[in-house]
Design a protein around this ligand. Structure first.
Ligand code: SAH
Length: 344
C-alpha cells in the first residue's frame, strides 16, 4: 500500500503495524495528508473543544540526572526553588478564578515532597473542585496510592523513549523497568495515565519512534504528550542538532489515528521551536493545551530547555491570549473536566 492508502486505513481501523508506521514517518511527501486525517479523527472522536490544564511548576529541584533536562542535579547554572505548600495552594485557587478545571502539579523529583507533605496539599486543592494531574516522576506504589486517595485523578509520566538502551544512556540514575513498573502501577490504581516521548533525541531512529507509538496503544494510554527535544546549553546534550517540529507533529498525528479518543496536548516545546507550533498541533490531532500558571521567578527558573514559550508572560495574560488564538481557529475552550471518554 502507498502511504496515503495507509493513512486512510489507519483513520478507519485505528491500527497499523510497525513497518507501516515507519513508512509514513519516513515519507516526507504525505505530511499534510497525515495532519488533515489526524485533524478529522480528532474532530470525530473528541470534538472541537480544547481542554485547558493549568500547570503549576512547583519545584525545580531534582535528584535525577536526565542528560537532556535542565533540571538534572548536576546543572549548577539554574537557580533552584521549591514553592511552599501555601503558595502552591494559592496558585491553584487563582487557577480556579481564571476558569481552569484541572490543575497539573509538575516538578523535578524533589525528595522534600514526601507523601506526608503532598497529601494535605492535594486534599486542599481537591476541595476547590479541581481535577488534579500529577507529573512528579517515579514514586513507590504506596505513594501513588496515597496520592490517588487524596484526590489525584491523572498522572503524566513520559516513557521518554521505548528504546531501553537509549533510555538508560540518557537517564543514568534510572532503570527502564522501574519506569514501566510506575506506569503499570498507575494504571492499576485507576489513574488516567498519560505518557509520551521526546522526539529527536540523538541516536533515536524512526524505527524506534514507530515502536513508541505501538507502546502507547499497548499501554492503552489515556493521554499522550510529546514534543521535540530541545538541546539545553547547560546539559551534556547541548551540542545536539537543532530541533524540528515536523517529526514531532507526525508522531503526534499517528498517535491520534491509532488512539482516536484520547487526550493529546499541543505542547509548550512545540510552541518554543516554532511560533504558533501549538496551533499547528491543534490542527494535526491535539485537543489539549497546558497553560502555565506559575508566577514570578519560579516560572523563569523551571528551565527544562532554553527559550520556553510564554515564560515571560503572566498567567492572566496567558488565559486571554490563548482563548483568542483558539477562537481564531474555530476551537472553543471546554468548560468541563475533559476526562478521557473511551469510544473504541
Ligand atoms: N520529573 C517529572 C517531570 C519532568 S519535566 C517526570 O519525570 O515525569 C516534563 C517533561 O519535560 C519530561 O518528561 C521530558 O520529556 C520533557 N523535557 C525535559 N527536558 C527537555 C528538553 N531539553 N526538551 C524538551 N523537552 C524536555
Amino acid at each position: 500500500m502507498n502511504s496515503t492508502e495507509l493513512i486512510t486505513k489507519a483513520a478507519q481501523e485505528h491500527n497499523l503495524i510497525e513497518s507501516e508506521l515507519y513508512q509514513i514517518l519516513t515519507d516526507s511527501q504525505i505530511d499534510d495528508i497525515l495532519f488533515a486525517a489526524a485533524d478529522r479523527t480528532r474532530k470525530k472522536y473528541v470534538g472541537d473543544e480544547v481542554h485547558l490544564r493549568a500547570l503549576i511548576e512547583f519545584t525545580n529541584i531534582c535528584k535525577n540526572q536526565c542528560l537532556y533536562c535542565g533540571l538534572q542535579c548536576q546543572n549548577k547554572k539554574i537557580e533552584r526553588y521549591r514553592l511552599d505548600p501555601e503558595t502552591i495552594i494559592s496558585l491553584a485557587q487563582k487557577a480556579v478564578q481564571y476558569g481552569y478545571k484541572t490543575i497539573v502539579l509538575q516538578g523535578g523529583e524533589d525528595p522534600f515532597f514526601t507523601a506526608d507533605i503532598l497529601v494535605p496539599i492535594l486534599q486542599k486543592i481537591k476541595s476547590f473542585g479541581l481535577a488534579i494531574t500529577l507529573s512528579i516522576g517515579e514514586r513507590s506504589t504506596e505513594d501513588y496510592r496515597a496520592f490517588k486517595q487524596a484526590g489525584a485523578d491523572r498522572f503524566l509520566l513520559r516513557i521518554e523513549t521505548t528504546d531501553k538502551t537509549l533510555y538508560e544512556k540518557y537517564n543514568p540514575a534510572m532503570s527502564f523497568e522501574n519506569r514501566l513498573r510506575c506506569l503499570q502501577d498507575l494504571k492499576q490504581l485507576g489513574y488516567e495515565v498519560g505518557t509520551g516521548i521526546l522526539v529527536g533525541l540523538p541516536g533515536q531512529t524512526m524505527q524506534s519512534l514507530a515502536k513508541d507509538i505501538l507502546f502507547f496503544k499497548e499501554l492503552n494510554a489515556d493521554m499522550i504528550g510529546l514534543g521535540p527535544f530541545i538541546p539545553n546549553p547547560d546539559t551534556p546534550l547541548k551540542n545536539a542538532p537543532k530541533p524540528l517540529l515536523t517529526p514531532a507533529l507526525k508522531v503526534m498525528a499517528l498517535t491520534r489515528l491509532l488512539l482516536p479518543d484520547i487526550n493529546i496536548p499541543a505542547t509548550t516545546a512545540m510552541e518554543t521551536i516554532e511560533p504558533n507550533g501549538r496551533l499547528r498541533a491543534l490542527q494535526a490531532g491535539a485537543n489539549v493545551v497546558m497553560p502555565n500558571v506559575t508566577e514570578g521567578t519560579a516560572r523563569l527558573n523551571y528551565a527544562l530547555y532554553p527559550g520556553k514559550a510564554c515564560a515571560g508572560e503572566d498567567p492572566s495574560h496567558c488565559r486571554g491570549c490563548l482563548t483568542a488564538k483558539l477562537a481564531a481557529i474555530g476551537r472553543p475552550v471546554s468548560t468541563g473536566y475533559g476526562f478521557h471518554k473511551k469510544k473504541i
